[in-house]
Design a protein around this ligand. Structure first.
Ligand code: GDP
Ligand code: IMO
Ligand code: MG
Length: 419
């Protein structure tokens, strides 16, 4: 048996949480492989909306195991709040397992994140300020604290050692802070983390694969936020791509099965950085309003623009996408023209790839498609969809050379059409 992967092909918030929840009944294990509470994965069913940050989006299905993999970074405070939120729904959380190798976000990681962003001024990344960058820096710098360390007698001394290093960094930034309340809350919250099974998750995954269990690996963020292949430095600090599922769970590359690539029928970005197809007009405003484009983690408005084919092709290649899923098709209803960027112009030359050079100078070249004017949110079958939407889907499949298997027409679990 091979493990499937589901991940975002744009700048995050494509609708990963919704689709993981939709697909969960087909799997035995749902496993998050990277990122941390910078993620906000929204699920809607039975009239209730849930936003998950660290916990895999399969948690609302009783008979499925959910695993937080070694590639994830965990803030015990946010984790505790998430568990308390899920407990309110009466869904048991005992199906959740946590890798001993997952790294911990310390209160001082969050302070360094804020200090670093402040120091960057106008050049800031637009971080979610959840301490992600500094925590991954300590991971690769070989200083980090891991879930498996919590029960060690040296935990407190390791914590103090790392904290004093962080205090030196904060001094360098000349950053003012009050740590005491954050720290108290953090240590209190550890007790919730301790209630869950901490496991050697790579062994668990290997056994599961050998036993023929079905695994879905859930990505966070999106390919264009990948630390290596995203719009650096305006990226997150982990590998958000399929390779990240290998390192973030211990899955060998030849054990990867289907790769589901999720994208919006348009494009959004939250935080700073280049966005060649960004719209600054009434159409962009309309998409943001109808699409309710506000960050699920920070509440910040998301920048909106047209779909970007060269960027999507790039993401499909890097991830080895086998099936595409198009989200939020309903949001484009009522637009006379739907545009899709097929090339860029850079210094008078037409190119069809994302160059290393400053992407903020790329001028998009568009193909225009006829729009559709029908409320799609109650649609149950794509054969009843407007001709123009089906043409748009067909055109995308051809140009992206990959089949689209799901078209989403609303935030609810049920608003999902299969092709
Ligand atoms: P994720 O981070 O990829 O899980 O995505 P987010 O949850 O951050 O953002 C996606 C937003 O779009 C959420 O508010 C979802 O409820 C919503 N959503 C998902 N699919 C659809 C869809 O097909 N149509 C509409 N209108 N909203 C959707
Ligand atoms: P999900 O999983 C959208 C963005 C931030 C910022 C950059 C770096 O919900 O799709 P970080 O906090 O990681 O240091 O921020 O990455 N970012 C996201 N944007 N969706 C996300 O997650 C994101 N996680 C981080 O806005 O630009
Ligand atoms: Mg999100």
């Amino acid at each position: 048996m091979k493990a499937d992967v589901l991940l975002g092909l744009q700048w995050g918030d494509e609708g990963k949480g919704k689709i993981v929840d939709v697909l969960t009944s087909k799997y035995d294990i749902i496993a998050r492989f990277q990122g941390g509470p910078n993620a906000g994965h929204t699920l809607e069913f039975d009239g209730i909306k849930h936003v998950l940050h660290t916990i895999p989006s399969g948690i609302f299905h009783k008979n499925v195991t959910n695993l937080i993999g070694n590639g994830v970074v965990i803030d015990p405070i946010i984790f505790r709040n998430e568990i308390l939120g899920i407990k309110k729904t009466k869904i048991p959380t005992s199906t959740l397992l946590i890798s001993k190798k997952a790294h911990l976000i310390l209160p001082t990681h969050k302070l360094i994140d804020a200090a670093s962003e402040k120091a960057k001024g106008k050049e800031k990344i637009g971080s979610t300020l959840k301490g992600i960058g500094p925590t991954y820096m300590d991971k690769t710098g070989r200083n980090g604290l891991r879930v498996g360390d919590i029960s060690s007698p040296e935990f407190k001394s390791k914590y103090e050692r790392l904290k004093s290093k962080h205090i030196q960094i904060l001094k360098f930034y000349d950053y003012e802070y009050d740590l005491s309340e954050m720290e108290e809350n953090w240590f209190e919250s550890l007790s919730m983390l301790k209630q869950f099974k901490h496991i050697d998750s790579e062994h668990y995954i290997h056994n599961a694969i050998n036993q023929g269990k079905k695994i879905l690996s859930e990505g966070a963020q999106g390919t264009l936020l990948d630390i290596d292949f995203g719009s650096y430095p305006f990226v997150t600090s982990s590998n958000t791509i399929t390779a990240g599922a290998c390192t973030g769970l211990g899955i060998a590359p030849n054990k990867i099965g289907d790769v589901f690539g999720i994208f919006k029928a348009y494009c959004t970005r939250v935080g700073s950085g280049p966005f060649p197809t960004e719209l600054f007009d009434k159409v962009g405003e309309k998409i943001g309003k109808i699409g309710n484009e506000f960050g699920a983690t920070t509440g910040r408005p998301r920048r909106c623009g047209w779909i970007d084919i060269p960027a999507l092709k790039y993401a499909i290649n890097i991830n080895g996408v086998t099936k595409l899923m198009m989200m939020k098709a309903d949001v484009l209803s009522g637009l006379e023209i739907v545009k899709a960027c097929t090339h860029y112009e850079l210094n008078g030359k037409k190119i069809d790839y994302l160059p290393f050079e400053d992407n903020s100078n790329l001028k998009p070249i568009y193909k225009e498609h006829k729009g559709w004017d029908m409320d799609l949110t109650n649609l149950t079958d794509l054969s009843n969809a407007p001709k123009q939407l089906n043409n748009y889907i067909k055109w995308l499949e051809e140009i992206l050379e990959t089949p689209i298997s799901i078209v989403s027409v609303g935030p609810d679990r049920t608003q999902t059409l299969y092709k």
